[in-house]
Design a protein around this ligand. Sequence first.
Ligand code: NAD
Length: 491
Amino acid sequence: MPSQLYIDGKWRDPAQGGRFDTVDPATERVLQQVPMATAEDIDLAVAAARRAFDDGWGKTSGAERAVFIEALADDLEARQDELATLEVRDNGKPLPEAQWDIGDAIGCFRYYAGLARELDERQDEALALPDERFRCRIRYEPVGVAGQIIPWNFPLLMLAWKVAPALAAGATCVLKPSELTPLTALELAAAADRSGLPAGVLNVVTGLGGEAGGPLSRHPLVDKLAFTGSVPTGTRIMSAAAADIKNISLELGGKSAFVVFDDSDVEAAVEWIMFGIFWNQGQVCSATSRLLVQEGIADRLLERLVEAARAITIGNGLEPGVLLGPLVSRSQYEKVTGFVQRGQSGEARLLTGGRRPAHLNDGYFLEPTIFDEPSEDSTLWREEIFGPVLCVKRFRTEAEALAMANDSRFGLAAAVMSADGDRAARVADGLRAGIVWINCSQPTFTEAPWGGMKQSGIGRELGRWGLENYLEVKQVTEYRSAQPWGWYLKP
Ligand code: NAD
């Protein structure tokens, strides 16, 4: 298993020699020691990415780059099972979810290989101008060196969402994975090494937020910052980018609403509500963590939801049948249980959960938890908990539901369920969120844009929008008339 930084096509020890532990959240045991990059290593990685960009990668055709991206996908595919198991051990998620993530990550590399090829066809597109003496063509050029900082909730998948479009566009990358889940990023570096990606095109630097992410976000030779993580870190990254006007995209937090009308099928509603909050232990930026349920269906729905939540099998993600693993770390466990304690001390009524499962002594496990009727100004209702904690409120009318759903500083995702298609479409159009699901919650496709409004971020990943993140648009305008221009020098 790789245990060095990957810089300029070589494995190297960190300049200061530091290392940190990555821990299996199901057992609380150290999995591996990981190199701790500091500013000196970031300097080397950025310089390597700069050289790789200027010397060649930035000038390659999309078709040439597609070959390398597909080779990376092939390498990951050949080791899919091993990578899924590693993701479970580093992050805690149930194995079937990790398998899903790795499959999606591979699909993401293949998709952007396709878009790299299409990019060649889009180059030099003619733009009609109102003055026929001029001809204009449009070129799409890579943004340069991309500094990419990612979180721990979908380690390899978040990496793919950033690295695949950047490579497709012709940018070079310095990637810093989360210190909580760095292992599959090091495996990607090993795949890049094996698949012959030119030196410096992809650099992977493991390290802590302030010590490695900070210098990367401030580095003057970085052209683009792509960040996924929390709002407070996003604010820091945005300030760093402002200093020299770096191109920036931010995918931040959420507190997304799921609106269920009383003509919905109870079983279908329960299934999607659970998928929306218990998948990945609720550690999902788009988790539909606020349930708004219409009064006519509320009692029946909640009774069934509580029953189904209690039936979820909790345990080590590697054990068969487990659908809820541990939270990612001790600090995340403490943060989430802190919210639960607030809820229990008067902010809301606990319907189920809120405790460590009795049969699990080690690991950061928490039962699926549901709170009823927190007040609209409570922390529980307004803040992102990022754990398996659902908060429920009732509504009477469509207008009331929409107002409650939109009353948030976040605007990442939302979901609506109703048997009335017109009503569902109307509510979907009224929701202030970048992603809206109708009659489901969470299904995510590489082809469709991903990102939020308000404090949930800036820009969109995935689909063709993800590629645009790493492209500069250039106009080349040519004067073609035989007649002189004749402004200063009269003919
Ligand atoms: P975080 O902000 O604590 O850390 C994210 C990354 O930033 C990590 O790699 C961390 O090391 C780095 N970092 C921390 N401090 C830094 C600094 N000062 N300078 C530069 N880098 C720094 O977030 P997290 O706890 O890893 O992830 C959870 C958050 O991510 C949640 O808020 C969640 O909603 C959000 N998220 C959003 C999306 C999305 O697509 N919108 C996806 C996944 C997660």
